[in-house]
Design a binder for this molecule. Structure first.
Ligand code: SF4
Length: 889
C-alpha cells in the first residue's frame, strides 16, 4: 500500500505534446482521481480519454521495483558500482564514444539535463540521442534552417483566433485531441479547417476540405502554394525584402516543380478544384495557422517538407502574429524539453551547437573535463553502430527501442550484441528488458518532480502525488548517483530537481546576450518554494524581459544576419518506390486510446475498449484485389519484417496504401510489432526515419481455427499464427488463430486453459472445443475455439471474470458458449469510452432523429465528456460505417 497525503496536486499529462494540465487527487492508498486543470491554458480543464484514464495506469502491477544485475535483485550500491566499473572499462578499452545513451521524450527536463551533462561533458561521448528523433527531429532541423534556432513561433491561442487552420500530416482528432477540439471551437465561429493527409481519418470528419494527396507529394503541394501566392499578388514584398533571404531561389525551385495546377494535380493526385480552393483560402486569409506533425516529420524528406510550409508563411509575413504562423505539434510530452538541454545527438545544451566558442562556453559552465568535440550518432545510425560492434555499451532510459525503432528486428539483434546494456525503466517487462544486463527501477508518472515543455514552448511542472515505490528512484538521481560512482560526486551533487532546474536556467543565460533563443535565465535564482509553486510559462524568459508567447513578430531571427531563410525545397517522391515485388505503401501511426508501446495505456481496460486488436486498414479495391475480407486476418510483409494483423476495409484509406498502428509489442501480440516492418531510411538533415512509406505486400492469412480466451492473467498462446491480448475489467481477452496443433485441438484448448479444476466441451464433428479452468469457485480462464472467424466474447462472459463465485448456470453457459437465458445482448463496439456508449444505440438515436453530434450527446451523453469520440459519431451521422470494427463487441 502506498501512503501519501490525500490533497490535490497540479501536474501535467505524461502523454502527448499538448501538455495538458492535470489535477490529481490521491486517495491516500496509492490511487488517484484525475481531472483537467481548469487554470492550465493548454487545456482549460479538458482532458482527452487517455488523460482522463491516467488514474487507471498508476497501480504497481508490473512495476520494476528493485535494481537487478543479470536478472538477480541487488542493492543500488552494487548495481551502480557495476555500471560505473563497466563504463570505465569499456571507455578505457574502446574510447568513450563506444558508450551511448538512448533517452526519451518521456523524461523530465531535469532528468534529460543530467543525462546530457554526464554523457557529453564528463564521460565524453557524443552518442546521446532520444526517441524524440522519431517524433519531431525534422521540425527541429526545419526551424533551425529557416529561423537560425529551434523555435516554434506560435502558441495555442493562435488556434483560437485563426480564420484558417491547416493540418498537414496530423490526425489531431486522435493524436492531439485537445488541440483538435480547440480547432473545432474555432470552426464553430467560422474558421475553416483544411486537412492534408493521404488517408481520411477521424480528423477529416471535422474538416472543411480534405486533401488526400499521394504519399510523398507534400512538397509539391506547398511549392505550388508558393507559386500561387506569387502569381496572385499575395506576397508580402516588404517583409520578404526586410526580413528574409533566399526567396528568389525558393520560388525558382518551386516553379520548376509545380508551375501550374496541372503539374500539382498530376503529382498529388488531387482534384484541381480542391487544390485551387486550398490555395485561394490560404491567399485570402491573413490569419492562417499551418500545423504539422508526424505525417510531415516522419519522412525521408521531412526537413524539406517543413521548409516548404514555412516558406509560405515567410512569403506572406504571416509569422509570429496572433492567429498567423507555422505551428509544429510535438508528439511527446517533453520532446521540447529534451531539445532545450541538448538531448539530441546533434546539439549541445541550452540550444548551443558545436562552434569552438559554444563548446568552450559549455565546458567552462560545467567545468567539464571531457566535453565532446562534435555531434554524435542519431538514433537509427546509433543502433547500426551497435550492430557493427562499434558501440559496446548502451544506457536506455524510459523507452522501448525493440518495439519503436524502424527495423525493430535489426534493433533487437543489435541489443543482443552489447557488452553492457543498462535499462532504467519503471516496468518489469517489455520487449527491450530481456537484453538488459543491469536494470534500474525508475520513478513513474505520479512519482516524479520536474518540468516539461509542450508544443507551444510552455514550461510546466510535473509534480509527485505518490511516494516512490520499492527502491525506485527519479532518473536524475540515478544518473547523479552513477556519476558519483564514476568519481564526479561534486559536479553532480544535486539535492533535488529544483537545483538542476536552476543550473539549467543559468546555463541558458550564460554568455547569451540575446544570441540564443532559449533563455530562461529569469528563473535561475528561484527558490525551492518558487519552484514548487512554478506556474506554466513560455520560454524565452530572459532576465531582462517577460515570457514570450509568440516569436519573430519583429522580423528578427536568430541567423547571423537576423534574416529568416527560405529553403529551395526540391522535388520529393517516395524514398523507396513501390515495385512489382512490393506493390503497396505501408503507413504507420497511432490510434486514439493508446500511447506508444502500451506499457501504461495498455493497463487500462477502458482504453482497450475502443480498438482491442492490431489491425491493417485497406482500401476496398485493394481488399478485393488481394482477397481480404473485413475482419479476417492478413499477413503483411516488407523487406524488413512481417506481421499478422486484423483487416479493416476502409474507403477512407488511399488505394495502394496500407495503414497499421505502431503500439503492439511482443508483450501483447504474436506478430504485430509494426516497426519491425519499417525501413530504416532517414532524412539526410534531421536523421528522422521514414515511418510513413515502406514498400509492402499483403496476403490473406489462411488459418484453420479461431477463437478467444478470457483470462484473469495474461494468456500468451503458443503455436499460433496470430494472437493478441487486451485488457478487460478483471483480466484479459486474447484473440487467436492457428492451424491444426500436433496434440489435437481439444488438448490445445485444455493446455491454454491451464492446469487446475477444469471443465471442457467438445463437438469434434463441428470442430468446436471449449475449456475452462476454475479456482475456488472463480473463473480463471475460458477458451472457445472453432472453425470460423469468431466474434469477440460477449459481455456476459467477460462479466463472469468479476464474479467471486460462479453458479452452475454460469459454468454451463461457458461450456455452451452463450449467455444464460434472459441476459441482454450488448450491440456494437464501444464508441464513447467515457460513458460506455456502443455503436448500436448511437445508430438507433440517429434513426430516431438525432441529426448532430450534440443531439446524440443530449440523448445518450456520448461525446459530451472528453469529446474524443465526436469524430466517430459524426462519421455515423454521415451514414458511414465505423471503420474500426476491431473494437471489443
Ligand atoms: Fe494528455 Fe490527451 Fe492532453 Fe495529450 S491531449 S496531453 S494525451 S490529456
Amino acid at each position: 500500500m502506498r501512503l501519501m497525503d490525500a490533497k490535490p496536486v497540479k501536474t501535467t499529462c505524461p502523454y502527448c505534446g499538448v501538455g495538458c494540465g492535470v489535477v490529481a487527487k490521491p486517495d491516500g492508498r496509492g490511487n488517484a482521481s484525475i481531472q483537467g486543470d481548469v487554470t492550465h491554458s493548454a487545456n482549460y480543464g479538458r482532458l482527452c480519454v487517455k488523460g482522463a484514464a491516467l488514474g487507471e495506469t498508476i497501480d504497481l502491477r508490473g512495476r520494476l521495483l528493485y535494481p537487478e544485475i543479470g536478472g538477480a535483485r541487488v542493492g543500488w550500491d552494487a548495481a551502480l558500482a557495476h555500471l560505473a566499473q563497466e563504463f570505465q572499462r569499456i571507455a578505457a578499452a574502446h574510447g568513450p564514444q563506444s558508450i551511448a545513451f538512448y533517452l526519451s521524450g518521456q523524461l523530465l527536463t531535469e532528468d534529460y539535463y543530467v543525462a546530457n551533462k554526464l554523457a557529453k561533458g564528463f564521460i565524453g561521448t557524443p552518442n546521446v540521442d532520444t526517441n524524440s528523433r522519431l517524433c519531431m527531429a525534422s521540425s527541429v532541423a526545419g526551424h533551425k534552417r529557416a529561423f537560425g534556432a529551434d523555435v516554434v513561433p506560435q502558441c495555442y491561442e493562435d488556434l483560437d483566433v485563426a480564420d484558417l487552420v491547416v493540418l498537414a500530416g496530423s490526425n489531431a482528432a486522435w493524436c492531439h485531441p485537445i488541440l483538435y477540439q480547440r480547432i473545432q471551437k474555432a470552426r464553430a465561429r467560422g474558421a475553416r479547417l483544411v486537412n492534408i493527409d493521404p488517408r481520411e481519418t477521424a480528423t477529416s470528419q471535422g474538416s472543411d476540405l480534405q486533401l488526400s494527396l499521394a504519399p510523398g507529394s507534400d512538397i509539391a503541394l506547398w511549392n505550388g502554394l508558393l507559386v500561387w501566392l506569387a502569381e496572385h499578388g499575395a506576397l508580402d514584398r516588404a517583409f520578404i525584402a526586410a526580413h528574409t533571404a533566399g526567396f528568389d531561389a525558393a520560388l525558382v525551385e518551386a516553379r520548376a516543380q509545380a508551375a501550374d495546377l496541372r503539374d500539382i494535380r498530376k503529382i498529388t493526385g488531387l482534384a484541381a478544384a480542391d487544390i485551387e480552393a486550398f490555395y485561394r483560402w490560404w491567399a485570402e486569409t491573413p490569419c492562417v495557422v499551418s500545423c504539422y506533425s508526424q505525417g510531415v516529420n516522419q519522412s525521408a524528406q521531412g526537413t524539406d517538407k517543413v521548409g516548404a510550409i514555412i516558406n509560405c508563411h515567410l512569403a506572406t509575413g504571416r509569422i509570429g502574429k496572433p492567429g498567423a504562423g507555422p505551428l509544429s505539434f510535438t508528439g511527446q510530452p517533453n520532446a521540447m524539453g529534451g531539445r532545450e538541454v541538448g538531448g539530441m545527438a546533434n546539439m549541445l545544451a541550452a540550444h548551443m551547437d558545436f562552434s569552438e566558442a559554444e563548446r568552450d562556453c559549455v565546458r567552462r559552465f560545467w567545468k567539464a573535463p571531457n566535453l565532446i568535440a562534435g555531434p554524435g550518432l542519431k538514433a537509427v545510425q546509433m543502433f547500426e553502430a551497435i550492430a557493427r560492434g562499434q558501440i559496446k555499451a548502451l544506457w536506455v532510459m524510459g523507452t522501448n527501442p525493440a518495439v519503436s525503432l524502424p527495423n525493430a528486428d535489426g534493433v533487437r539483434a543489435a541489443l543482443g550484441k552489447l557488452e553492457l546494456c543498462v535499462i532504467s525503466e519503471n516496468v518489469a517487462s517489455n520487449d527491450s528488458a530481456p537484453f538488459a544486463h543491469i536494470r534500474l527501477p525508475a520513478a513513474a508518472w505520479g512519482e516524479k518532480d520536474g518540468t516539461v515543455t509542450n508544443s507551444e514552448r510552455r514550461i510546466s511542472r510535473q509534480r509527485a502525488f505518490l511516494p516512490l515505490p520499492g527502491e525506485a528512484r527519479p532518473d536524475w538521481r540515478i544518473l547523479a548517483d552513477a556519476a558519483a560512482k564514476m568519481g564526479w560526486s561534486r559536479e553532480f551533487a544535486y539535492p533535488g530537481p529544483a537545483d538542476i532546474f536552476r543550473e539549467h536556467a543559468a546555463l541558458s543565460g550564460f554568455e547569451n546576450g540575446g544570441r540564443r533563443a532559449f533563455d530562461i535565465s529569469a528563473r535561475e535564482a528561484l527558490s525551492n518554494a518558487d519552484y514548487d509553486r512554478l506556474r506554466p510559462f513560455h520560454w524565452p524568459h530572459p532576465k531582462s524581459g517577460e515570457p514570450q508567447r509568440r516569436m519573430f513578430a519583429n522580423g528578427q531571427f536568430f541567423t547571423a544576419d537576423g534574416k529568416a531563410c527560405f529553403v529551395a525545397a526540391g522535388r520529393a517522391s517516395l524514398a523507396a518506390p513501390i515495385s512489382g515485388k512490393w506493390p503497396l505503401v505501408l503507413n504507420t501511426g497511432r490510434i486514439r486510446d493508446q500511447w506508444h508501446t502500451m506499457t501504461r495505456t495498455g493497463k487500462s481496460a477502458r482504453l482497450s475498449q475502443h480498438i482491442a486488436e492490431p489491425f491493417v486498414e485497406v482500401h476496398p479495391q485493394d481488399a478485393a484485389r488481394y482477397a481480404l475480407a473485413d475482419g479476417s486476418l492478413a499477413q503483411l510483409r516488407t523487406a524488413y519484417g512481417a506481421a499478422v494483423l486484423r483487416v479493416v476495409v476502409s474507403p477512407g484509406q488511399r488505394q495502394g496504401s496500407l495503414f497499421a498502428p505502431m503500439h503492439w509489442s511482443a508483450e501483447n501480440s504474436g506478430a504485430a510489432r509494426i516497426c519491425a516492418l519499417v525501413q530504416p531510411l532517414t532524412d539526410p538533415m534531421s536523421g528522422q526515419p521514414e515511418a510513413k512509406a515502406t514498400p509492402a505486400l499483403i496476403a490473406p492469412l489462411a488459418a484453420a481455427h479461431f477463437g478467444y480466451c478470457v483470462s484473469r492473467e495474461l494468456a500468451r498462446p503458443e503455436g499460433c499464427l496470430y494472437w493478441s491480448a487486451s485488457r478487460i475489467a478483471g483480466g484479459y481477452v486474447t484473440a487467436f488463430a492457428l492451424d491444426a496443433p500436433e496434440a489435437g485441438l481439444a488438448a490445445w484448448a485444455r493446455a491454454l486453459a491451464g492446469e487446475g479444476e477444469m471443465a471442457a466441451f467438445e463437438d469434434a464433428a463441428c470442430g468446436i472445443h471449449r475449456a475452462a479452468r476454475f479456482d475456488h469457485g472463480r473463473l480463471e480462464r475460458a477458451v472457445d475455439l472453432g472453425p470460423g472467424l469468431a466474434s469477440p466474447p460477449g459481455e456476459w462472459l467477460r462479466a463472469l471474470l468479476l464474479k467471486p463465485r460462479l453458479t452452475f448456470e454460469d459454468r454451463r453457459s461457458i461450456l455452451a458458449g452463450r449467455p444464460a437465458s434472459g441476459e441482454a445482448r450488448q450491440d456494437g463496439g464501444i464508441v464513447c469510452v467515457c460513458f460506455q456508449v456502443r455503436s448500436a444505440p448511437i445508430a438507433a438515436a440517429i434513426e430516431r432523429g438525432a441529426d448532430s453530434a450534440e443531439a446524440v450527446g443530449i440523448m445518450l451523453r456520448a461525446g459530451t465528456n472528453c469529446g474524443s469520440c465526436v469524430p466517430e459519431i459524426k462519421r455515423m451521422l454521415k451514414g458511414a460505417a465505423l471503420p474500426f470494427k476491431v473494437a471489443a463487441e
